[in-house]
Design a protein around this ligand. Structure first.
Ligand code: 13P
Ligand code: SF4
Length: 407
């Protein structure tokens, strides 16, 4: 019999924790496995992992994970997001960007256990889209997303109510998949939709066919970049500052909101905020004929200065399909960029930012957590299950399925 063990609730990713973790970023840091206790930011991570896992070294972890995986083989799948570290991605049966992994969860019903090596919102989406006989687990419950946490459900509900009260009613909510399940449900209930970085353009177009304007959260940059690609002038966008007191219309006048076709929640990704136009200029000076490719969570001026932008899958595919000898400066998370450099030895691939700074929450999926979750499964016990409550899942699924139907 399989039993589910109650585990710690997911702690929100506070700015102060991120700042403390960012202090660990270095120019010369190797991205190799160290025992969990030697990971610089371990003190912030999920602490209810048993002591026996804390000191396991890389070799022991690899052997134990392989052994547990082999025993669970026909019933288990390990999904890995592109930003996962190498010592995790080596165990992934299937890797991809948010859209690809969500599609996998919606279409594959034969695996009973889905161990999601990514962040919390991705595991929630997999739980919502997977079948009732499937169990989704996140190896470390502290693996959240700081951008997703910038849109607290109550703040978004309050914004929605304020807009309605101000007469801004011809509007649909669009949430980036980097958001809590409750917000996906909000979109489901209000005729809205979800997007990923792969399909934001098509989804935003869809939204603007449904209503005069869209409330886009939580990433202002993806929203703005996409709006500009659709030819919407910046004067027809507005930024909703969720840090302002209730009743202040997010820092806007009614006239500004009435003019806006896209109202952008003032969230951002701390990883992609590091990329700058100066870095692009430096790369072009040093390497003639270089191609610059960035993720659309980067700021507008960075996306506009680059040669191309797209999801992690798009970036990986563009480089894989490029001719030998081509040169690529990449504006996205370092674990993916380092992997692309290794997998494309006939090309020059490097990160625009010289400082090695991984997405600190993705990085919290340390192999010790994966080993713990798999070994408990072998023993018939489920730890770190991500299970969205039925009512939330029902409405979130409406919005997710709308997205999968549109793209
Ligand atoms: P992708 O869907 O492009 O993988 O993006 C997910 C993400 O969190 C990027 O920061
Ligand atoms: Fe969230 Fe940014 Fe990490 Fe992506 S890279 S998971 S948006 S914090």
């Amino acid at each position: 019999m399989v039993t589910t063990i109650k585990t710690a609730q997911r702690p929100p990713v506070g700015e102060e924790v991120l700042l403390a973790e960012a202090m660990q970023c270095q120019t010369d840091r190797p991205l190799e496995t160290a025992p969990l206790t030697e990971e610089p930011a371990f003190a912030f991570w999920q602490q209810d992992i048993p002591d026996e896992y804390w000191a396991l070294d890389a070799q022991e972890l690899v052997e134990r994970i392989h052994a547990a995986k082999a025993r669970l083989a026909p019933r288990l799948v390990i999904l890995g997001h592109h930003y996962q570290r190498e010592d995790i991605i080596q165990f992934a049966d299937y890797r991809g960007d948010s859209l690809k992994l969500a599609r996998w969860a919606a279409e594959q019903r034969d695996k009973e256990y889905i161990v999601f090596c990514g962040v919390h919102f991705m595991a929630e989406a997999a739980d919502i889209l997977s079948g009732p006989n499937q169990v989704v687990m996140l190896p470390n419950m502290a693996a959240g997303c700081s951008m997703a946490d910038m849109a607290a459900a109550d703040d978004v509900y309050a914004c929605w109510d304020e807009l309605q009260e101000a007469g801004i009613t011809d509007i649909v909510p669009v949430t980036y998949i980097n958001s809590a399940a409750s917000l996906k449900a909000h979109c489901g209930r209000h005729d809205g939709i979800i997007c990923t970085s792969s399909n934001a353009r098509t989804v935003l177009e869809w939204g603007l066919h449904q209503a005069r304007r869209v409330l886009f959260f939580p990433d202002q940059h993806l929203g703005r970049n996409t709006a500009v690609k659709l030819g919407i002038p910046l004067e027809e966008t507005a930024v909703w500052d969720y840090t302002l007191p209730a009743g202040s219309l997010g820092g806007n006048t009614v006239e500004q909101l009435e003019r806006a076709r896209v109202i952008l929640w003032k969230g951002h990704c701390s990883v992609h905020a590091r990329f700058s136009v100066e870095q692009i200029e430096r790369a072009r000076e040093e390497y003639p004929r270089i191609k610059v490719i960035v993720h659309p969570e980067c700021r507008l001026e960075v996306v506009q200065a680059a040669d191309g932008d797209g999801s992690t899958e798009f970036i990986a595919r563009s480089i894989a399909e490029a001719p030998a000898g081509s040169r690529w400066a990449v504006g996205t998370e370092i674990n993916l960029v380092s992997r692309l450099a290794r997998e494309n030895p006939d090309k020059l691939v490097f990160c625009l930012d010289p400082v090695v700074c991984p997405c600190s929450t993705m990085y919290r999926i340390h192999p010790a957590y994966l080993c713990w979750v798999l070994e408990r499964l072998v023993a018939g016990r489920i730890v770190n299950r991500v299970a969205v409550d039925e009512e939330t899942a029902r409405w979130a699924k409406v919005a997710l399925e709308r997205m999968l139907a549109v793209v």
